[in-house]
Design a protein around this ligand. Structure first.
Ligand SMILES: Cc1cc2nc3c(=O)[nH]c(=O)nc-3n(C[C@H](O)[C@H](O)[C@H](O)COP(=O)(O)OP(=O)(O)OC[C@H]3O[C@@H](n4cnc5c(N)ncnc54)[C@H](O)[C@@H]3O)c2cc1C
Length: 360
């Protein structure tokens, strides 16, 4: 039986970049579909800053944008960094834009009602797949079991495992609730007018690549039955018409997938907490006491909750995960711990009661 240092389960952008950054170790990336075939296959993959009132979430997103541009550029991946013009969706949004202006930390220029950032671009998923290569196996993981110091993953053994399965749940972690958000993005050919030297983001993102217009994306919550469909593509074209004067079009391709979002939108990174042991040690956590000591499940990590910005979030998250694993560096707001504390205060009492009754 083969032994690894890390088996990364899930070959989306989160799992791929985690594997790539840990490639000095004996690693294996496993995915049942292939590399970048889950939600990552559908991504635009637009990279652009976020604007808002003062917010640690926006700060994180924008740090991730800057770092991911450098990361992709160092690998000679074309980031099409021509800049992005963020446009208000309506009058209400225009008022918000005025409020946000004083909180913007990245360099920008006001153009009309919008804000232009030179840190805006997009990448090709196929190019990322070609240029970032790691040891890979196409297989569905069905068994994860602790055997001595190792984790058994199907028929392989590894000291550590990293769960990067996107919206799909491989094991039940009571305090981690991933919400699937369906989305579709399309490419069209045809005739249109507008200055497409830069790319735009309003109700959707629009960029021109050669003679193709890339438009992304729709958002549908609670729609696990959603599938790629032309009606949604037409809705998207209507939104794009608010940006570009599209005169004629032919839909060249439609790609859909499920984004994986956390309840507070921050990514979810770190070690998996041993809920039973931690609550047994300090039952008052459920009453609001801050944990003094957290017990973890040794060698089991997660990187997930990339939301609608996986191609910019994944590099910073994978880098922080590596630094956490190797040097115990702080994960800050993306640490799994925050979700555990929130869950324990809400659901912990019930969990302990059921534990006493031997139900779990
Ligand atoms: C329509 C659309 C447009 C988007 N546009 C953008 C954009 O412009 N910019 C941007 O940054 N982001 C965009 N996103 C978001 C981005 O695609 C996601 O954030 C990102 O792909 C999530 O990556 P991931 O690795 O977490 O998940 P995924 O890419 O979903 O990867 C998870 C993988 O785990 C595998 N897996 C699950 N269970 C198992 C198992 N038991 N065994 C083996 N393998 C398993 C799956 O096969 C899958 O490949 C978009 C998403 C959609 C849907």
């Amino acid at each position: 039986m083969k032994h690894f240092d890390f088996i990364i389960i899930g070959g989306g952008i989160a799992g791929l970049l985690s594997a790539y950054l840990l490639k000095e170790f004996n690693i294996l990336l496993i995915d049942k579909k292939g590399i970048l075939e889950g939600a990552s296959r559908a991504a635009g993959a637009f990279l652009f800053p976020k604007i808002s009132k003062k917010s640690s979430y926006t700060d994180f997103i924008n740090k991730a944008i800057i770092e991911s541009f450098s990361f992709y550029e160092n690998l000679n991946i074309n980031t099409h960094k021509k800049g992005v013009l963020l446009l208000p969706r309506d009058d209400k949004d225009l008022e918000k834009f005025k409020e946000y202006e004083k909180h913007i930390k990245l360099p920008f220029e006001k153009i009309g009602n919008g804000f232009f950032f030179k840190d805006g671009g997009f990448i090709e998923v196929d190019e990322v797949r070609r240029k970032i290569q790691v040891p890979f196996l196409k297989e569905e993981v069905k068994i994860i079991k602790k055997e001595g110091k190792f984790w058994r993953v199907n028929d392989k053994l590894s000291r550590n495992i990293i769960l990067a399965t996107g919206y799909e749940k491989l094991i039940d972690i009571p305090y981690i609730n991933i919400r699937p958000i369906w989305g579709e993005r399309i490419e069209i050919s045809g005739e249109w007018e507008g200055n497409l030297e830069i790319f735009y983001h309003k109700n959707c993102s629009v960029a021109q690549i050669d003679n193709i217009l890339r438009i992304g994306a729709t958002h549908k919550r609670n729609c696990l039955e959603c599938k790629e469909n032309e009606q949604e593509a037409i809705e998207l074209i209507q939104k794009a018409k608010e940006i570009v004067n599209i005169k004629k079009y032919k839909i060249e391709n439609i790609k859909g997938g499920f984004r994986a979002a956390s309840i507070d939108y921050f990514p979810i990174v770190g070690k998996i907490i041993d809920v039973k042991e931690t609550l047994r040690l300090q039952p008052k956590i459920v009453k609001g006491e801050l944990p003094k000591e957290i017990r973890y499940i040794e060698g089991m990590y997660i990187i997930n909750g990339m939301g609608g910005r996986g191609f910019s979030n994944a590099f910073l998250c994978a880098k922080m995960l590596k630094n956490y694993i190797l040097n115990n560096e702080n994960l800050g707001k993306i640490d799994t711990k925050r979700l555990f504390i929130k869950w324990a205060r809400k659901e912990g009492e019930k969990f302990l009661r059921e534990l006493k009754e031997n139900k779990c």
